[in-house]
Design a protein around this ligand. Structure first.
Ligand code: BG6
Length: 509
């Protein structure tokens, strides 16, 4: 049985066949994520018949060469395996178009090519443009599309754009990019992708909260002590990522988008309906309710870099020794935050958030820590942990569990925490689709629910900018220090301190 909320969403609009034009088609994202997602949709019979893909990139290559390169990667990474027969059917609809991003004639060529492909086709001339290039080319691509009329629709077709992250590097650049995007495409045709929203368990947060009767009445400051959101990765700067990463850091790379999205799903008020705007209105509201960080960065935010350490038995270098990282870098591959929401539901409930590279393992989860029961009856019995904790495991081992106290069998009263556990894999017996599969289908269906709206992105940047400013924008002597942790450990002691000061500690994962 599928997640009922998704069934509802998908049943509203069916994905429609279209030509997907991927800008930056020779990059990692196309090879590792987009094409395998489309291939898996094709194999499962979910890709609407007549869908085509055109890769747009700078290197010279033939259609056949492009298909061969994509097949090589698909064999390695496709979640459902790789069948040559299925692939060949799918690959017949993949094409390559060579052009520089700044070269107008390349876009005119693309327009001619699209018209040719669409000429003898029974489907409407729908086009989904996907900006998967390096972000510095987004402006050029959008501008050239506008000048050459690629953004316009013809006949009964539609034209939509999917924009990959990073969506700007601060509020100013995000606003600028938004105005360029919206000068080319209407907001309703703009899909700012955040792949965390496509993760099955992230989508399930709304079902958990609003399709069940038992959680919402206690989802507030009367019953919840605090919330923790952890996104841990054991990887460092593999695959030449250092160049980009050192200009971004954990706060911009993950918190501004993925973690604030998870946060808003947990903390938002119930939406008036399940429409894209109904949900996004509430997400924006809760992001706007975050207590400003100005003047409080030192006490509410910890940044850190890893030093040399051991991961899975292997010695790995420190952050500053990684490939393409400046030896005196002040960029943080680890961040821990203490957030406060200023509204009736959450006043006084801290949300602790941490994200780090080179931690002991890859795991993303949200835990809701409930207040302890009144100090009577069982309060004098010794236990290792007293609070009830509801855990939402985003990845891996997607699921939800509830920790509670139970009596240990035997003649005397002794108590121990036990878990009520739901695992997607055992309850539904099938692997969840990749986030990109879900999101591509939604964009083809015209459903923007799982994509970020302009004001969501800008309000998130407004908040993040205050922390960045506290770290980089003030007198150097006032800037909080860069903490350190050995690779393979759970972050710096300063992050532990952030919770100890409030009489709490990070959940052990
Ligand atoms: C990306 C970030 O958006 O998300 C990466 O740029 C990060 O730094 C990745 O590793 C994590 O995604 P996932 O789906 O593997 O948790």
């Amino acid at each position: 049985m599928d997640n009922p909320f998704r069934e509802f969403l998908v049943s509203r609009n069916a994905p429609e066949p279209c030509t997907i034009v991927i800008f930056g088609a020779t990059g990692d994202l196309t090879h590792r994520k987009l094409i395998p997602a489309l291939y898996n949709m094709h194999s499962a019979g979910d890709l609407p018949a007549g869908t085509r893909v055109i890769g747009f990139a700078r290197r010279e290559k033939s259609h056949e060469q492009f298909r061969t390169e994509l097949a090589e990667m698909n064999r390695k990474v496709s979640r459902s395996g790789h069948s040559e027969d299925d692939w060949n059917l799918f690959a017949n609809s993949i094409f390559y178009h060579q052009s520089e991003f700044q070269d107008e004639s390349g876009y005119q060529g693309l327009s001619t090519f699209l018209a040719e492909l669409e000429k003898d086709c029974a489907n409407p001339p729908n086009r989904l443009y996907y900006l998967a290039s390096a972000p510095e080319f987004f402006d050029d691509i959008l501008e050239k599309m506008r000048v050459t009329g690629l953004n316009e629709t013809s006949g009964n077709g539609w034209a939509r754009v999917v924009v990959e992250k990073p969506f700007g590097t601060d509020l100013k650049t995000a606003q600028r990019l938004n105005s360029i995007v919206n000068a080319t495409f209407d907001e309703k045709d703009t899909y700012r992708i955040d792949h965390y929203l496509g993760k099955e368990t992230a989508q399930n947060i709304m079902v958990l909260r609003f399709a069940n009767a038992i959680f919402e009445p206690i989802w507030n400051n009367r019953h919840i002590d605090h919330v923790q959101i952890t996104c841990a990765e054991n990887l460092g700067m593999e695959g030449g990522r250092g160049g980009y990463y050192d200009t971004a850091g954990a706060l911009r790379d993950m918190v501004q988008n993925h973690l604030l999205q998870l946060f808003s799903l947990i903390a938002m008020e119930p939406p008036v309906d399940l429409s894209a705007d109904g949900i996004r209105d509430e997400k924006v509201k809760v992001i706007k309710s975050l207590r400003p960080m100005e003047g409080r960065v030192g006490e509410n935010a910890v940044r850190a870099q890893y030093t040399e350490g051991t991961i899975l038995g292997e010695v790995v270098p420190g952050y500053r020794q990684e490939d393409r990282i400046a030896p005196n870098s002040m960029t943080e591959p680890y961040v821990a935050l203490r957030l406060q929401i200023q509204n009736w539901r959450w006043e006084g409930v801290p949300f602790y958030m941490r994200m780090g590279k080179r931690l002991p393992k890859k795991v993303t989860e949200i835990s809701i820590h409930f207040k302890e029961p009144p100090g009577v009856l069982f309060s004098h019995f010794p236990v290792t942990a007293r609070e009830n904790v509801l855990t939402i495991r985003i990845q891996p081992d997607e699921g939800i569990s509830l920790r509670m106290l139970s009596k240990i069998p035997g003649p005397s009263i002794r108590m121990e925490p036990v878990k009520m556990d739901f695992h997607y894999s055992s309850s539904f017996g099938k692997a969840s689709p990749e986030a990109y599969e879900r999101l591509l289908l939604d964009a083809m269906a015209g459903d923007a629910t799982l994509f970020a709206r302009r004001d969501e992105v800008e309000n998130a940047w407004h908040f993040i900018d205050q922390i960045e400013h506290g770290w980089h924008g003030v007198d150097e002597t006032l800037q909080p220090p860069m903490a350190e942790y050995p690779a393979g450990t759970w972050g710096p002691t300063e992050a532990d301190e952030l919770l100890h000061r409030d009489g709490r500690r990070w959940r052990r994962l």
